[in-house]
Write a protein that binds this ligand. Structure first.
Ligand code: ADP
Ligand code: GLC
Length: 485
């Protein structure tokens, strides 16, 4: 079976968050179980062309955009693990400093940029005659591909028999644009209805995937249920409920080549389930990185993430003053919305002995935090899957999470289930419940024997990609059956 994974970010080429980790690792994991997976993404400025030499993949394409045409080229390179990566080039759209926008907001032409990307992929497939059994699209930036497959390109030989799978990584980002952008896509106004791409008078690109893909999935079983409710559906709960028979939840794996404490070259010392002694050196190194010297007896709480409302930054701000009075050290690495960056910086400046904040996107420090912290904090308002809590489990860093989405599916509360517990879980999006969970973790940390048990169980969990890759392969089969193949 041949699968093309389309995504706006894919490791090792471009990344702002977990979407890139997942699409990169899934392609490789599929290859390992014998599925011929390739991937396609835009050719951004940040792609390292020294490390990944590009060569043309067919002749340039002409992409209709409204009443005009835009030229594009597709280049290819080796993504490793047997995966071919195809990168869609148009420097006007993608040769920019960031992927989607600056700190102050999205690029104004994002609808045009990603419409171009989707249609360039279609034109390239048609022109080269490359046939994939499955077009696996991810999030709104690639959601027009399933719509094109069923409409403008449905008769093309290269497309006709392809089935489409659309994976939701985050329903909070839907690609909402004003309706005047519809003609850009080339789709007709007959699709601009509540059953189609309309969303309260606007154009909703995510809906193109939700309505037209043969099979839908999201990145954890709990999130697949949550998004059918008003609390988590971001207004799309009705559409998702309608398609519930075709909607599956598959938990993300993690890439063992990138995130493994026994081989990780970004951390101070390797360690493993069997021999955790290196973790102490990682802890000292982390404390030094954040400006603290000397022995620190209290637990170190780490946090890494995009600074957005999704990640529970409001709750963290609410308990900030309280947290600074607890016997803990807090290290935070984050990058994102200006208001949250400012409130975190203020907290760090006010309590330099307790809270240290680094406002940056820095993979090296992300690894140091996962390896060196004792506790990892992830109080998300919603979390489709979440990777950081899984990295934490693997690195023996006990997670405190809210019971939602993938967090609920990966962490077991150590007070509720002392035999199996791997972390601390709270239910309501509530500052009192969060501070209670932090207190429970601090108390457990003081009991070394108990803490060691929690860490050991966390590190014993298996989040390798193989089982999830097999689930995706089964979904692809289902999608093909829906197309009568
Ligand atoms: P999301 O995709 O919603 O951002 P995930 O937990 O799925 O959340 O994935 C986040 C990924 O991005 C992880 O690999 C994490 O290490 C990385 N990441 C997030 N923020 C930063 C940062 N400031 N510096 C380095 N890596 C980061
Ligand atoms: C999204 C989600 C995150 C998930 C990631 C990869 O960015 O916010 O929860 O882990 O996609 O699927």
């Amino acid at each position: 079976m041949k699968v093309l994974i389309a995504s706006s970010e894919i490791v090792p080429f471009a990344k702002t968050g977990g979407l890139a980790d997942v699409t990169g690792a899934l392609s490789k994991a599929l290859r390992r179980i014998g599925v011929e997976a390739d991937c396609v993404l835009p050719l951004y400025r940040s792609v390292d062309r020294g490390r990944f030499p590009m060569q043309p993949a067919g002749t340039p394409v002409r992409v209709p955009l409204g009443h005009r045409e835009e030229a594009g080229a597709v280049e290819e390179t080796d993504a490793g693990g047997g995966v071919r990566a195809f990168l869609v080039r148009n420097d006007r759209y993608f040769d920019r400093e960031f992927l989607y926008g600056t700190r102050d907001g999205d690029y104004a032409d994002n609808c045009e940029r990603f419409t171009f990307f989707c249609r360039a992929v279609m034109e390239w497939l048609v022109r080269t005659g490359r046939k994939y059994d499955i077009l696996h699209c991810n999030d709104w930036q690639t959601a027009l591909i399933p719509a094109y497959t069923k409409t403008l390109y449905s008769r093309e030989e290269a497309i006709r028999s392809a089935a489409t799978v659309f994976t939701i990584h985050n329903l909070g980002y839907q690609g909402l644009f004003w309706n005047h952008d519809l003609p850009l896509t080339g789709l007709g106004w007959e699709l601009f209805t509540p059953q189609g791409l309309e969303f309260y008078g606007k154009l909703n690109l995510m809906k193109a995937g939700l309505v037209f893909a043969d099979i839908l999935s999201t990145v954890s079983p709990t999130y697949s249920r949550e998004i059918q409710t008003p609390e988590y559906g971001h207004g799309l709960e009705g559409v998702l409920y309608e398609r519930r028979e075709d909607l599956y939840g598959i938990i993300n794996g993690i890439d063992d080549d990138e995130w493994n404490p026994s081989t990780d070259r970004l951390i101070a010392a390797p360690f493993s389930r069997e021999d955790r002694s290196g973790k102490e050196a990682c802890r000292a190194d982390l404390l030094a990185e954040f400006g603290w010297r000397g022995p620190v007896a209290e637990p170190v709480i780490g946090m890494v993430g995009r600074l957005t409302a999704q990640k529970g930054l409001d709750l963290l701000s609410e308990i900030g003053e309280w947290l600074a009075r607890q016997p803990v050290r807090v290290v935070l690495l984050g990058f994102g919305e200006r208001a949250y960056e400012e409130s975190m910086a203020i907290l760090g400046a006010k309590y330099p002995d307790r809270i240290s904040v680094r406002l940056a996107y820095d993979e090296r420090i992300a690894h140091k935090i996962e390896a060196g912290a004792d506790i990892f904090l992830m109080p998300s308002r919603y979390e489709p899957c979440g990777l950081n809590q899984i990295y934490s489990l693997k690195y023996g860093t006990v997670p405190i999470v809210r019971r939602t989405g993938g967090l609920a599916d990966t962490v077991i509360d150590a007070d509720e289930d002392p035999q199996r517990g791997t972390g601390f879980v709270f239910a309501g999006y509530d500052a009192g419940e969060l501070s209670d969970a932090v207190s429970r973790a601090i108390a457990a940390y003081a009991d070394r024997a108990r803490w060691n048990g929690i860490v050991r169980r966390a590190m014993e969990m298996d989040f390798s990609w193989a089982p999830s890759a097999r689930e995706y392969a089964a979904l692809y089969e289902k999608a093909l059956r829906k197309r009568g193949r």
